[in-house]
Design a protein around this ligand. Structure first.
Ligand code: MSP
Length: 652
């Protein structure tokens, strides 16, 4: 057991949105770090949660006609379900509407007012009334308009409480000077330092324009500003400021993972708040980049939002976890491409690690009936593999300390590649055929041990895959159970028998995949923007009044519906027109069950020349609206809802 403690957090996510790849990304990265440090024997705490107050949530709830609390209670489940799906091992989940959090926020506020770090003042700014928000000077549009809704802004003065941020500019600069690794990557560190140097203004930390927030203690006209409230989650979840609370163990060894857009909150306001409280600033804030999707900005209206549930369902949880961390250096912006993911699954997962396992175990099965040799004599070549395995573990540890997930994985894959090459070099199948028992034993044991170490190293990234390899190697328990001691060559006794199972990652047929992807994309675009699929140019030529008069539409009652044998799209509808009964044939079978039609009043063109379909005469044509979605045809019948309109009525 190490004497190091490690606390890792994600941002708490707003509940006005469905979880997307951006949320999944940070949480997966945090999970990998939590598992990594835990298995190194460190006392680890992993926190995630949801940010449930503020204007965004209020507006989203209003739009749905429900209370903000109802919205929070509903949407929080999407996040909690996603973390279960993605195998996230968080120790706690905090919601900012929980009493344990609200209590601490009020306590912090009270303390800071008492010591004069929060004071009452007046805020003057340009306010957009429809959007209910102040617009910062730099974002004001042409002619003093709102950058979002383009309407004119109003100058407003409001009573507000301020946090004395300006007072902390110097202490912050000093802290960052002494702790140049407190913000990573370096470019973000530089950005923050120059921002602080450009001067800090006191920060407004209360609102009177909305009620969905934590009431300000002693002045409940105000609610506490959502960011001031949210940042405190990192401490409230650890029972701050309770004596003997978890925070005494895990503060300040906190590692905040955040997106690059929210570093000012985490690297300026938050450490200043902590300094005001007499608490040390976080040891590390790491800002990662943003994902675009196939070259474009992710957006609901474009319909290209990457749904982590969908990705995990299509490609597997572990493949998705692996891909997002392997594809892009943590800290850089990246582009998400499903094709790149499918290709990586084939190369890195099916080919490299998958083949290493199946080839090795196949040979242990074939030449040793699944029994592992108890001991072996290693040659120079075998020693080279052993040395590389140990060096890889050390290299990965150093890289993980720098949050360089992609490089750590590259390092591991370099070892996996070496082990695959070792099979080609030693040609165990030849040794088996030639009866070279001693050499074969050494090769098979070297491969088995290589796989064992690969499973240990990959486990934080792909927990299920690692457990699967572990079990196939014939080992009990979990790859991370034994802690760091297990990371050394020969640390565990080899079991007697392996238990070869199914292949780890089936290969994806890229041609077939491309066709399926095209279909999925079309469906998504159609769902995001159905009218985009209307062909608004496709019109009939103008007609005369007389032409229209020639069409006789009438209301008909559907009395009975029969299927047309051997025609899976057709129904015969037996209609009552009031003055006569007749049958028409219609291709609506895939859209309605007979009982959904029987008893309905529909509109029929009754003077259409009869025609025969599959041997059945159709006497007229019913009216239906056709969906514009080109990916699948959807028909909806025109029905007459008003009971006072009798069957047989003319429709003009
Ligand atoms: N509620 C605040 C955080 C408060 S923390 C005390 C918030 N929430 S958020 O839900 O809007 O965003 C959460 C995270 O998602 C941010 O770190 C943001 O950078 C990240 N991402 C949002 N879109 C993203 C991408 N397209 N790519 C990567 N991450 C992105 O901000």
């Amino acid at each position: 057991m190490s004497d190091k403690n490690f606390y890792i957090t994600t941002p708490i996510y707003y509940v006005n949105d469905v979880p997307h790849i951006g949320h999944a990304y940070t949480t997966i990265a945090a999970d990998v770090l939590a598992r990594w440090h835990k298995s190194a024997g460190e006392k680890t705490w992993f926190l995630t949660g949801t940010d449930e107050h503020g204007q965004k949530i209020q507006t989203a709830a209003d739009a749905r006609g429900i209370t903000p609390q109802q919205l929070c209670d509903e949407v929080v489940q999407n996040f909690q379900r996603l973390w279960k799906t993605l195998n996230i091992s968080n120790d706690d989940f905090i919601r900012t509407t929980e009493p344990r959090h609200e209590k601490v926020v009020q306590e912090v506020f009270r303390r800071l007012i008492e010591q004069g770090d929060i004071y009452k003042g007046e805020y003057e700014g340009w306010y957009c009334v429809p959007c209910e928000t102040y617009v910062p000077e730099a974002q004001i549009g042409e002619g003093n308009t709102c950058p979002d809704c383009k309407r004119p802004l109003t100058k407003m003065t409001e009573e507000t409480y301020f946090f004395k941020l300006s007072k902390y500019a110097e202490p912050l600069l000093k802290y960052y000077e002494e702790n140049p690794d407190a913000i990573m990557p370096k470019s973000r560190y530089n950005e923050i330092v120059s921002f602080i140097k450009s001067g800090l203004r006191d920060q407004s930390v209360s609102r009177t324009t909305l009620s969905w927030g934590i009431p300000l203690p002693g002045d409940d006209k105000h609610v506490i500003y959502v960011w001031f409230d949210a940042l405190i989650n990192y401490l409230s979840a650890l029972d701050f400021p309770e004596k003997g609370g978890k925070w005494e163990t895990f503060w300040p060894v906190v590692h905040h993972l955040v997106g690059k857009d929210i570093i000012r909150f985490h690297c300026v306001i938050w450490p200043a708040m902590l300094m005001a409280l007499g608490v040390n600033p976080p040891v590390k804030v790491f800002a990662h980049g943003w994902w675009t999707v196939e070259g474009a900005k992710m957006s609901k209206s474009v319909g290209n939002v990457v749904d982590p549930f969908e990705m995990a369902g299509l490609y597997g949880v572990d493949a998705f976890r692996y891909f997002v961390l392997r594809e892009v250096p943590f800290g850089n912006d990246g582009d998400f491409s499903e094709l790149a993911m499918a290709q990586r699954i084939n190369s890195d997962l099916a080919n490299d690690i998958g083949n290493l396992l199946s080839r090795s175990l196949q040979m242990i099965d074939k030449y040793r009936e699944g029994n592992l040799p108890a001991s072996y004599k290693a040659t120079e070549l075998d020693k080279e593999i052993e040395d590389l395995a140990n060096a890889t573990a050390a290299e990965m540890t150093a890289l993980m300390d720098r949050f360089a997930f992609d490089e750590a994985l590259k390092s591991l894959w370099n070892f996996i590649g070496r082990a695959n090459k070792y099979i080609d070099e030693t040609q165990p199948w030849k040794l088996g055929k030639d009866g070279e028992v001693e050499r074969l034993d050494a090769v098979l044991r070297t491969l088995w041990e290589s796989l064992r170490l690969a499973a240990v190293q990959v486990a934080p990234f792909m927990p299920e895959t690692a457990a699967n390899i572990w079990a196939q190697l014939g080992l009990a328990g979990n790859p991370l159970d034994g802690g760091r001691a297990n990371w050394k060559w020969g640390a565990l006794e080899a079991p007697v028998k392996i238990a070869k199972g199914s292949i780890l990652f089936p290969r994806i047929d890229i041609e077939k995949w491309k066709a399926e992807k095209e279909k999925r994309d079309q469906e998504k675009r159609a769902a995001a923007n159905p009218t985009a699929f209307f062909n608004f140019d496709d019109h009939e030529p103008e007609i005369e009044y007389d032409d229209f008069g020639k069409l006789e539409f009438r209301v008909a009652l559907v009395e009975k519906v029969e299927v047309v044998p051997k025609a899976d799209k057709l129904y015969v509808l037996h209609l009552d027109l009031g003055y006569e009964k007749r049958a028409i044939v219609s291709s609506i079978r895939e859209f309605y069950k007979p009982e959904e039609l029987e008893g309905k009043k529909i509109v029929v063109l009754v003077n259409l020349k009869p025609a025969k379909f599959r041997g059945v005469v159709s006497n007229g044509m019913l009216l239906a609206a056709e969906s514009p979605d080109t990916t699948k045809e959807v028909l909806t019948l025109l029905t007459v809802m008003d009971d006072s309109i009798p069957v047989g009525s003319r429709v003009h």
